[in-house]
Design a binder for this molecule. Structure first.
Ligand SMILES: [Fe+2]
Length: 360
């Protein structure tokens, strides 16, 4: 069934003065729009200057993916949470982005409400509603009817189809296990974080319902699948939150990609205040994780921590956003991943052939 484009971007043709609305497409429907330019980012402190949105708008992305820590909420007071979202929304540079392209968002810990928070956060129901309101998620979206903010969308005809999956890694997540080693011992190992891997088979990131949903999404046909994960999937040695601290959950993710025959998977992540690309051979084909963080601030100390999975030439620790350029004319089509800085400069770039993102 062809869906009129106005169904996805209803205000696009009305006036540039209004924000572009997010797509209301349901998972089983496909937007006809062919995606060639997508931007994404994470970690935006609403109290800091926001010049990066101007640079992102200048690149004319067709979509912006906000991967979490989209504000620093860190509260159980929902009036405070709303005020902090309002502060982000009031920046003229952010409003400019909203007039440029739709924004699709998931959350991480700080916008969820509590640093490194999980299933135990007391205000998650209200926080979900406030988050979906801020991003103008339509009332008929499945995200309005179920716990957790995860969702997926598909764009483009067969052969040029992009699936975007945004996961919720907070609402259902078990408590991670603390690293009790002395600071000196961790420093010797170049560890900057505070967790150790949890081998408990009951520990979860996604929870049963989201796992079952993800399996169904991965069975849908697509040529490129961008899976937005609020924290890193592949890099897992530095001691900070990542899929690596729930090793059985990560194994399950890699296995599910193989089991469903889902070709074209690339992970996008944020959270760590620097940017890099990591790659693992543990999946059915080379799996990559393009991390872009943060939009307003960065951490050279965290960037210097160990990551033996890194395949980008550097870990970039300046305010940044990620840009994804898809060349459908190439045979096979290609995806170029660029880490961009405040002036639009490209800090590092990597191009992959979609032909290599499938089981041989
Ligand atoms: Fe975070």
């Amino acid at each position: 069934m062809r869906i009129p484009i106005s169904r996805f971007f209803p205000l696009l043709f009305l006036s540039a003065a209004f924000p572009v609305q997010p797509p209301s497409v349901q998972a089983e429907e496909v937007s006809p729009q062919v995606l060639e330019r997508i931007a994404f980012g994470s970690c935006d402190d609403q109290n800091r200057p926001q010049p990066i949105w101007e640079q992102i708008a200048k690149q004319k992305p067709q979509l912006f993916l906000a991967l979490g820590d989209n504000i620093y909420g860190d509260t159980t007071d929902m009036e405070v949470m709303k005020a902090k979202y309002a502060k982000l929304g009031a920046w003229p540079e952010y409003q400019h982005l909203l007039r440029t392209c739709p924004v699709l968002a998931t959350w991480d810990d700080h916008d969820y409400g509590v640093n490194d928070g999980g299933a135990g956060y007391s205000r998650k129901v209200e926080s979900q509603r406030i988050m979906l309101d801020f991003y103008k998620v339509p009332g008929d979206s499945p995200r309005r009817k179920r716990p957790g903010v995860y969702e997926s969308w598909r764009f483009g005809p067969e052969g040029k189809r992009v699936q975007i999956i945004l996961l919720d890694q907070r609402y259902f997540r078990s408590r991670p296990v603390k690293d009790t080693r002395a600071a000196e011992e961790k420093a010797k190992l170049n560890l900057v974080g505070w967790y150790v891997p949890d081998p408990d088979p009951k520990a979860t990131i996604l929870g049963d319902t989201q796992w079952a949903w993800l399996e169904e999404q991965l069975k849908l046909p697509a040529d490129l699948r961008l899976i937005g994960s609020s924290y890193q999937v592949i890099a897992s040695e530095k001691g900070m939150e990542s899929w690596g601290y729930f090793p059985l959950e990560r194994q399950r993710l890699y296995h599910l990609i193989g089991k469903t025959g889902a070709n074209g998977v690339v992970f996008l992540s944020g959270d760590v205040h620097f940017s890099e690309i990591s790659e693992t051979k543990e999946g059915p084909y080379p799996l990559m994780d393009f991390t872009s963080s943060g939009l307003t601030h960065s951490s050279p100390v965290w960037a210097a921590a160990v990551n033996t999975f890194r395949v980008s030439p550097i870990a970039y620790a300046e305010p940044t956003f990620g840009q994804l350029l898809i060349d459908w004319k190439a045979v096979p089509p290609t995806l170029t991943m660029q880490a961009c800085g405040l002036t639009g400069d490209v800090a590092f770039s990597k191009t992959v052939s979609l032909g290599d993102l499938r089981k041989k």
